[in-house]
Design a protein around this ligand. Structure first.
Ligand SMILES: *Cc1c(COP(=O)(O)O)cnc(C)c1O
Length: 377
């Protein structure tokens, strides 16, 4: 077989400035709790427009602390989406709560707001919308339902840095919201995350819990609650601070690549390209396609792999179909039909800022060949 140059699924955009700022931190000798944590947090609040931000060492840590702000009691319920990464619902379980899933909208893949009301019980404390793939959820009805039933909202904004809903930034709706900086996200710190909030009490709690439960004055050996070490180190904060300066460029580029993909792929029979609601400014996290019933998704995937193109079924299995969730909550695979259908028929394609037009064309051409050669059911 011919040797193909591989096209990866994702790739961070690391330039000379990132390398130089991280080197500067290393040379300074101050590798934690230094000036870059503050700088990164401050520039983040400027971008999102919240009063507060706390840098943490992963999106999962951030979500854990955001859920902590709810003060759940054992058995309390939080409504969220099954079409997500497992890190969105796991923190509810860390805190002895119960994630209660609602099915998704077939076009946006986000939680279907119309289904929330029916899942509310006397144990429901909060709603956790996940802005999947960088497209904000339909927040008006979600906030309305939350207000009506006196529920808090925590946004999993880990995939949606810079996205907007009706002109308002994702991450500004909830009591607390969380962003993530794993290397495949819009910006990266290696591992890392950020909790944002406008609520002073939530801010103080998150700041303290992320720093071993220290008191507000940060006195080194004064622990007023049982906390964690979820701090983001200075190398990561410096990297994030530098990456954030390029966010406009990154989002613009990602938008352009998505547009090129859609232009080519929407002409291919059987492919459903991403839908973008008119209410949102999409922050492209991944580029996902869905196949209609005539196409075998796994055959497409294997064909592309054989031609040096990385893809991944995303999210498959959905959260409720993960072995641990099935076992804990007795899901059987027909609980959330839209989610299950989308999960079984979608694939994410290579997607990163440095992608060239010829790489995009090669992915599209190979995808088309896959469908005509091997994947028709
Ligand atoms: C990336 C991501 C997270 C956080 O993941 P970490 O690897 O812990 O940073 C949480 N939720 C969703 C939906 C994500 O995509």
């Amino acid at each position: 077989m011919k040797k193909f140059q591989k096209i990866p699924l994702a790739m961070p955009l690391i330039g000379r400035k990132e390398i130089s700022v991280v080197t500067k931190v290393l040379k300074s000798g101050q590798l934690s709790l230094g000036p870059y944590k503050k700088k990164f947090e401050e520039s983040f609040t400027k971008l999102i427009g919240t009063k507060y931000a706390v840098a943490v060492n992963s999106g999962t840590s951030g979500l854990h602390l955001a859920v902590k702000c709810l003060g759940l009691k054992p058995g309390d319920e939080v409504i969220t989406s099954p079409f997500s990464f497992v890190a969105s619902s796991n923190p509810i379980i860390f805190e002895q709560g119960k994630p209660v899933f609602v099915d998704i909208d077939e076009k946006t893949y986000n939680m279907n707001p119309e289904l929330i009301e029916d899942t509310i019980t006397e144990k429901t404390r909060a709603i956790m919308p996940v802005h999947i793939f960088g497209q904000p959820c339909d927040m008006d009805p979600i906030m309305e339902t939350a207000e009506k039933h006196n529920l808090s909202v925590i946004e999993d904004a880990c995939e949606s840095l810079g996205a907007e809903y009706k002109g308002r930034k994702a991450g500004t709706f909830g009591l607390a919201s969380v962003f993530a900086f794993y290397p495949n996200k819009q910006i990266t710190t290696g591992e890392g995350g950020m909790v944002v909030t406008n609520n002073e009490r939530a801010y103080k709690l998150v700041a303290s819990l992320s720093n071993q439960g220290r008191s507000d004055d940060g006195a080194w050996l004064n622990h007023v609650r049982i906390g964690y070490n979820y701090r983001l180190d200075e190398m990561s904060c410096a990297l994030g601070f530098e990456q954030l300066k390029k966010i406009r460029y990154i989002l613009k580029k990602r938008g352009e690549i998505a547009k090129k993909y859609t232009k080519k792929l929407s002409k291919i029979d059987g492919i459903i390209t991403p839908y973008v609601s008119r209410d949102v400014k999409h922050s492209w996290f991944v580029y996902s396609v869905r196949f209609d019933e005539s196409i075998n998704r796994d055959a497409v995937m294997h064909y592309l792999e054989g031609h040096g193109i990385a893809t991944r079924p995303y999210f498959y299995p959905a959260v409720h179909m993960q072995p641990i969730y099935r076992g804990m909550f007795n899901y059987n695979g027909s609980d959330f039909p839209v989610c299950e259908k989308v999960s079984k028929s979608s694939l994410i394609l290579p997607f990163f800022v440095q992608m060239s037009t010829s790489q995009i064309e090669r992915v599209c051409r190979t995808l088309e060949n896959a469908i005509s050669e091997v994947a028709k059911k």
